[in-house]
Design a protein around this ligand. Structure first.
Ligand SMILES: Cc1cc2nc3c(=O)[nH]c(=O)nc-3n(C[C@H](O)[C@H](O)[C@H](O)COP(=O)(O)OP(=O)(O)OC[C@H]3O[C@@H](n4cnc5c(N)ncnc54)[C@H](O)[C@@H]3O)c2cc1C
Ligand SMILES: *[C@@H]1O[C@H](CO)[C@@H](O)[C@H](O)[C@H]1NC(C)=O
Ligand SMILES: *[C@@H]1O[C@H](CO)[C@@H](O)[C@H](O)[C@H]1NC(C)=O
Ligand SMILES: *[C@@H]1O[C@H](CO)[C@@H](O)[C@H](O)[C@H]1NC(C)=O
Ligand SMILES: *[C@@H]1O[C@H](CO)[C@@H](O)[C@H](O)[C@H]1NC(C)=O
Length: 509
């Protein structure tokens, strides 16, 4: 049994850095920072030489061919929904292929309620969902987040939250066209080969995912419901039993208040009334500016953070849904609407996302076996209590608390829910993902309230710092890493698609 000690930063805080949110949409030349969606001050790559924005798969092929012939490193990027500077390698010659304009959707096949669609690299969840809805189809339970690309989500092993349904995005991929390190378009299909096990969480290291054939369902409606639980009801409860009955369900933890929200979703008849539309990130100017002032004042003081948590908890107890047709807020649970609108939604009309008010976060996400979920949460509670006893009480200052998600087992070499492991842990019930947006202390030596603990944790590939990847390396399955590296070498012998993550986990050799 390989047990991993990961120092979890529990000193938690929401990092608040000023800076405009801008998106690079045209060609940038020269050594440039490539920022995340959070904008200036939030690099995804510390230095790149060019950002290209092609509009066809053929152009992407040509870009990779050219780069390959000159030994220039390449990274694809969708909408840069990254949290840290781990997208590229640290080579300033790196070019970015921004995929968002390569976004065609075609070939919908739907028979007896199931089928497939062909999507290009830059197509986002909302684009694909809307296109499908207009044609009586829908994505399944792999809807992760608003305005990110499906290919980017497949690359990083991103997932929704479900113990009942497959919810890792790559579980719905049926075939992929990948531009390899020589600039060749390689077609692969779902099977039980090492190639597919590598491609379903590739970290972009096999090449640019140019097209994906993706599974779809007939359009459907869902309800969303929410209830508040005490901390004891969850920590001492049957977590698997609370989550697994639903097509998707998750917890939000409010540690300062010792409460949890349990959010659940289920399918209802397509004729059910309701046009609920969810928004996780929409903020009015008043809300945005108030939150910023309050959280900023809590940079070195605990009280404002506890006040913020109380306010956020109150807001989050009501549905974060409007009626899509009237834009009126929905005031009571449950709410009902079309699948995409309820499972993800987007922005309310005339509102901006929170990061446009300089509300930024840093997070840490680790997966443990569901069988050890209660133990993990209890350990976190101990650490929080220890911090309080030290006179440095911890709370959550994110507007939706600490996000606790779940994943049914799905095998890929580098996925968070794979059962391909020799760590001796029981991953058969799936994984619990602990996603804690945490404070970055600005005082003293920037030391966080770290505590060592032992759990077989697996990192989310876009939600952790370099240090967390280094520490979690001990816990990744060696056979999977070796076999992943072999497939990687076949696709990209010269390692032009290298990234910081790939280097840290040792699959570039
Ligand atoms: C606010 C927020 C909430 C999130 N919520 C969740 C969540 O609930 N669950 C979850 O699992 N994740 C979540 N994520 C993480 C997100 O799903 C992943 O970071 C996803 O990869 C982002 O997609 P993107 O299109 O923005 O890709 P980018 O951020 O642009 O790229 C991500 C990585 O994938 C590579 N890549 C992108 N496109 C391609 C391609 N076509 N071919 C090969 N490699 C490619 C990039 O080089 C990079 O390494 C969240 C992120 C944010 C910022
Ligand atoms: C690839 O290189 C050729 C020759 O240098 C050049 O003409 C072409 O414009 C390049 N293509 C791209 C997409 O950069
Ligand atoms: C969503 O992503 C697109 C790029 O695909 C970008 O142009 C747009 O500004 C984003 N939307 C918002 C509201 O940030
Ligand atoms: C919603 O949750 C409440 C409280 O747990 C419960 O009583 C109700 O039956 C749920 N409704 C649905 C549709 O699940
Ligand atoms: C918190 O302390 C740091 C370091 O002393 C200081 O730079 C910062 O301005 C302080 N923040 C507030 C809101 O007082």
């Amino acid at each position: 049994m390989v047990l991993l000690s990961v120092a979890l930063a529990l000193s938690g805080s929401l990092a608040l850095f000023p800076g405009p949110s801008t998106t690079t949409t045209s060609v940038v030349v020269g050594a440039e920072v490539y920022n995340t969606f959070d904008g200036e001050g939030f690099p995804a790559c510390n230095a790149v030489s060019h950002v290209y924005r092609p509009s066809t798969v053929d152009e992407m092929v040509e870009l990779v061919k050219n780069a390959s012939s000159q030994g220039i490193p390449v990274r694809a990027s969708g909408n840069a929904h990254m949290w840290y500077d781990t997208m590229c390698s640290d080579d300033p010659e790196t070019i970015i292929i921004k995929t968002d304009a390569v976004n065609r959707i075609s070939d919908l096949q739907l028979n007896d309620g199931v089928g497939s669609v062909m999507i290009e690299a830059g197509a986002t969840f909302p684009q694909v969902a809307q296109w499908l809805h207009e044609r009586g189809a829908a994505l399944g339970y792999t809807l992760v987040n608003w305005n990110i690309t499906i290919a980017g989500a497949i690359a990083m092993g991103a997932h929704r939250s479900s113990l009942r349904e497959d919810s890792q995005v790559s579980s719905a991929a049926l075939a992929m066209d990948i531009i390899n390190g020589q600039g060749e378009l390689v077609h692969i299909e779902k099977d039980d080969s090492d190639t597919w096990l590598a491609a379903t969480t590739s970290l972009g290291l096999l090449g640019v995912i140019a097209r994906v054939k993706f599974a779809v369902l007939a359009d459907y409606k869902v309800f969303s419901n929410q209830t508040t639980l005490s901390e004891d009801e969850v920590l001492d409860g049957d977590i698997f039993g609370m989550i697994s009955p639903y097509v998707t369900a998750n917890f939000w933890w409010w540690p300062g208040l010792k409460k949890f929200h349990l959010r659940t979703y289920g399918v209802v008849d397509i004729d059910s009334p309701g046009n609920a539309f969810q928004s996780t990130f929409s903020v009015t100017p008043f809300e945005g500016n108030t939150a910023l002032t309050l959280l900023n004042s809590g940079q070195n003081l605990s009280a404002p953070n506890f006040i913020s948590e109380g306010v956020f908890f109150g807001l989050w107890s009501a549905p974060n849904f409007h009626d899509k047709l009237t834009d009126f807020p929905l005031l009571t649970w449950p709410v009902t609407g079309f699948s995409y609108d309820v499972l993800i939604g987007g922005l309310y009309p005339n509102q901006l996302p929170e990061w446009d008010y300089d509300l930024h976060g840093k997070t840490l996400e680790l997966a443990v076996p569901v069988t050890q979920g209660s133990a993990l949460l209890k350990r976190v509670r101990e650490l929080i209590d220890l911090a309080a006893a030290d006179g440095k009480p911890v709370t959550s200052t994110y507007r939706s608390g600490i996000n606790i998600k779940f994943g049914k087992p799905f095998d890929s070499f580098l996925g968070q829910t794979t059962e391909r492991t020799t760590d001796g842990a029981d991953w058969s019930q799936g994984a619990l993902m602990f996603d804690f947006p945490s404070f970055v202390p600005t005082t003293g030596d920037h030391h966080r309230y770290n505590e060592e603990w032992c759990f077989p944790v697996r990192p989310h590939w876009t939600k952790n710092t370099r240090k967390v990847f280094q520490e979690s390396l001990k816990n990744l399955d060696q056979d999977s890493l070796t076999r992943f590296a072999q497939v990687r070498k076949e696709f990209d012998p010269n390692g032009i698609f290298s990234s910081v993550v790939g280097e840290i986990i040792g699959v570039m050799n």
